[in-house]
Design a protein around this ligand. Sequence first.
Ligand code: PLP
Length: 360
Amino acid sequence: SRVWNFSAGPAALPLAVLERARDELTDWQGSGASVMEQSHRGKRFITMAAQAEADLRALLDIPADHAVLFLQGGATQQFAQIPMNLAGEGDSADYIDSGHWSAKAISEATPYVKVNVAASAKAAGYRQLPPRESWQLDPRAAYVHYTPNETIHGVEFPDVPEVGEVPLVADMSSNILSAPLDVRRFGLVYAGAQKNIGPSGLVLLIIRRDLLQRAGRPMARIFRYADHAAADSMLNTPNTWGWYLAGLTFQWLLAKGGLAAMGAANRAKADLLYASIDGSGGYYRNPVDPAARSRMNVPFTLHDSALDAPFLQESEAAGLLALKGHKAVGGMRASLYNAVPLEAVEALVAFMRDFATRHG
Ligand code: PLP
């Protein structure tokens, strides 16, 4: 009864992860109770939480000078918490505006830091990346923030940009763990869990430890990264269920061959779908500059928007879920996160070809 799920988020989780969680739901590790029903201070939970962090460190080769935090409030809360922690009174920070989510990060940071929009692709309809040579970076900025993958506009940076000595901060909500990443290049990486990690509500942070020492603004302890790090992300009751599922996903990724294998699989999936769109003779179109096309989120339109409704209806009937595009860009969107297998993309491409033949 499972469908091929192309949801942008909350998104498909690996079936093996869901099945294991189901099997352990009422009796976790022979404890006679669910992981959701046990203290986060208990030995079982602490051991599981430490293993999840160790597995993530192995997957991403996270160096010892970066701390890992499992927090709550989603990526959106981080839009505010980052400037609160990393910028002092009067500081400015550079932001790269590459789509919907970086624009959101900018607007939410504004109460806490002087935002300098160092580059923007807004005038180009967010269909391409702001060329690196156009970025007006300030060497005194508290940090540089960018969004490596824009979930709605389907734009992805092919490489980590060079920004000099200023700490680079990245919202990797929609492409974390999709390919190998050199964490050493970043001051802070953060990601809402609900695409490539686990259920919504959990947010993952990988932060260079020296940045924990920044004074930031006066704030309650619950917002302060240094306090979360000192308390092993258990300053208050963590999202225990989310942490557990994230741990299962990390184990699944390791068993799959890690991020190099994931990167190759994701490349193959995206290439197949883009080739099908580009080869459709204009029946389907993706508006993004090919050099900036996302491997994770593929927006596309049909040549006649009157076909949108039948496309959605028929695709759902064919077991292809959640292909409706975001209202900001319209049309369709297929999200191809780690848990979406090549087989799902093959089914989508076959459906698209068949639909085009039948609807002319
Ligand atoms: N950043 C990106 C790139 C996203 O795709 C999303 C959500 O889809 C968010 C931030 C917001 O995440 P959350 O809903 O966890 O706050």
